[in-house]
Design a protein around this ligand. Structure first.
Ligand code: 45D
Length: 319
């Protein structure tokens, strides 16, 4: 097979529609720090209601507990400063501690902070705050997005906060607690138009949190490209990533197309719905997978993309 990761990234690119998410985040990035916090707070008070509190879990909060206790003891002005420092990615001890949290611990940390704000233990974000025109326009842009895109914006902004050091982050992720599954995900998967066992096994493996089985489907130099990220190359990195970020997903692929290539490889595109344990059945994300399978049926590359619109679920052919 003559593919490189780079060439694999562009398979089915003629069927993709640009996502409104990066543009929305770019608007957000232009806001002042108080505007950012206020905007996120407004957005969160809407979307946060659909969070399933069980997902947060005591096990997950234990990593954030020290930081949360520290913040609880502070006067309100200092609490607000901590939040500003996080949003500014300032180089402070708290911002650095936050930076080594895994994605899900970062989310759990803010979730708990939000609960403490509601109780009045932590300063509420719009602290005598007047909504600026910039905030209003970003809020309007967020309202145009579907629910799956909205929670992605919220997640990505939370992940970007704090000062991160990539070296330290990986040690934390190895200890990532599991998300409880209250109902088993569908494991008997049928995807209209798809018979490739590798692809069906991939979905089954993720729906049972069986990351070893998922990894076994990849070539040693295979890559996985999460939404809006660079490809993660090699089984070790993919495994670490999956254990940290692919837990508890409910994957419901609906349809796909498979195109055999001259050299025996196959390009497969599947679209469907994914639910995150954070929101359970409350939010369905419209997702596509673009697989490149080698002639032996192993995954050389898979890209996971957030679809721009629900209509895109059906548009598997070039647009
Ligand atoms: O006061 O096939 C603010 C892979 C500040 C794996 C806050 C995948 C102000 C392979 C921060 C707003 C993983 C790639 C408070 C598939 C403030 C694969 C609080 C895809 C209180 C399919 C904010 C998986 C809070 C996907 C608490 C696509 C915000 C997963 C919380 C996507 C936000 C998961 C939360 C997503 C967002 C999860 C909990 C988008 C969660 C989003």
């Amino acid at each position: 097979m003559t593919y490189t990761i780079e060439s694999a990234q562009s398979i089915f690119s003629n069927t993709q529609v640009p996502s409104p998410i990066p543009a929305t985040i770019a608007l957000f990035e232009q806001l002042s720090v108080d505007d950012k916090l206020a905007l996120l707070w407004y957005a969160y008070t809407e979307m946060g209601r659909s969070i399933t509190p069980a997902a947060v879990g005591a096990a997950r909060l234990q990593f954030a507990e020290g930081l949360l206790n520290q913040i609880k003891q502070m006067p309100q002005a200092d609490q607000l400063q901590v939040m500003r420092d996080l949003a500014n990615r300032a180089d402070t001890p708290i911002s650095r501690s936050y930076g080594v949290f895994s994605v899900n611990t970062k989310l759990a940390f803010w979730y708990e902070l939000g609960e403490l704000m509601k109780k009045g233990v932590v300063a509420p974000v719009p602290f005598g705050y007047q909504m600026s025109r910039g905030v209003q326009s970003v809020l309007d842009a967020i309202k145009q997005l579907d629910a799956g895109q909205q929670i992605t914006v919220l997640r990505n902004t939370v992940v970007d906060m704090g000062l991160s050091s990539t070296v330290a982050a990986s040690s934390f992720q190895d200890a990532e607690p599991m998300f409880p599954r209250f109902e088993p995900a569908p494991t008997k998967i049928t995807v209209e138009g798809i018979t490739e066992p590798t692809v069906l096994s991939y979905f089954q493996a993720l729906n049972t949190d069986n990351f070893e089985a998922a990894l076994a489907l990849f070539t040693p130099d295979g890559a996985l490209q999460p939404p809006f990220q660079k490809p993660i190359v090699g089984k070790e990195g993919i495994g670490r990533y999956m254990r940290a970020e692919a837990q508890g997903l409910n994957i419901m692929p609906k349809q796909g197309i498979s195109e055999a290539q001259q050299d025996g490889s196959k390009q497969v595109k599947v679209t469907g719905i994914v639910q995150t344990p954070w929101f359970g059945v409350n939010v369905g994300m419209n997702i596509s997978w673009r697989f490149l399978l080698n002639p032996q049926g192993k995954i050389f590359f898979v890209a996971i993309d957030m679809l721009a619109s629900p209509q895109e679920l059906l548009s598997l052919r070039p647009v």
